[in-house]
Design a protein around this ligand. Sequence first.
Ligand code: NAD
Length: 329
Amino acid sequence: MNIAVFSTKSYDKEYFSKHNKNYNHTLTYFEAPLDTKTVSLTKEFDAVCVFVNDTIDAKTIAELAKNGVQIVALRCAGFNNVDLEAAEKHNITIVRVPAYSPHAVAEHAIALLFTLNRKTHKAYNRIRESNFSLEKLIGFDVYGKTVGIIGTGNIGRIFAEIIKGFGCRVLLYDIYPSEELQEKGFEYVSLEQLYKESDIISLHCPLTEDTKHIINAESFRTMKQGVVIINTSRGGLINSQDAIEALKTEKLGALGIDVYEQEEHLFFKDLSESIIQDDVIARLTTFPNVLITSHQGFFTQEALTEIAETTLSNIANFEKGEITNQVEF
Ligand code: NAD
């Protein structure tokens, strides 16, 4: 198929071009994200391939349909940036990569937790400046701590297994508890109990109307003093302004985020010579106990291979009339 690939980075080009040898699609790469301003580029394409920060809203979908695009292939798992009702109305198929490497994201959540706790990022910089002092580098044993996990799908369950291996007490919350995890001895609790008892909370649920700002001023009030929160899921799960207030009162002991509510204006770009207009992220970066990565949880060789293979095969299957990995309306 004739595919317009949006938000292309060097690594997308490398992995998609390499794996396309098995599919022979025609790939045209655009660095710009797909949105109402760039949708005019999709004339004469059958398919568009997009990532987490492209905007596939009702207006964009109407234009895609007008331009003859039949399928939107998300090269990610989350689809909160797509207006599914509009897609249905315009008969545009939406496919995604449901699980490319859940290990990559779960391991990144662990990396955020351990970096924040043992401050290896600070030690690295200090030692490069011949500062061998241990002052202010004190951490805590993760062993024996209570870890709450919200969302126990592909990624959350791997995070649960890994953190259990560190000797933690693990509390799970999901609207659909997993029988398999319960058979393995994992304990599901209410959200209230998870907030009340957890020393560390890791978020692994999708962003939906129910989960938007699930971490907010009210939930902070019910949490332990000094709770550590890790979010590799979606930025909108946390009310960032409330997180700033909780950091100021030290209710929130540390925050590790790979995602941020307004990330589409920032992440994946080199803005080192720009004036950052987002005062919330600017404030967050001033806290010594906040660690932010730029949506790199998925970023492993294995995941990029799986993303390219699944996306290209989703489109090839659509061409043959067999829809795979469709996002249901
Ligand atoms: P998944 O669909 O396998 O699991 C999500 C789980 O969340 C399910 O078990 C579901 O029942 C649960 N859930 C849904 N609504 C809930 C609610 N209101 N409260 C509690 N639990 C709820 O998804 P996954 O593959 O594990 O991915 C989880 C999230 O990670 C994705 O939605 C995506 O936003 C994010 N993600 C981030 C990266 C990254 O690079 N940082 C990469 C991939 C995915």
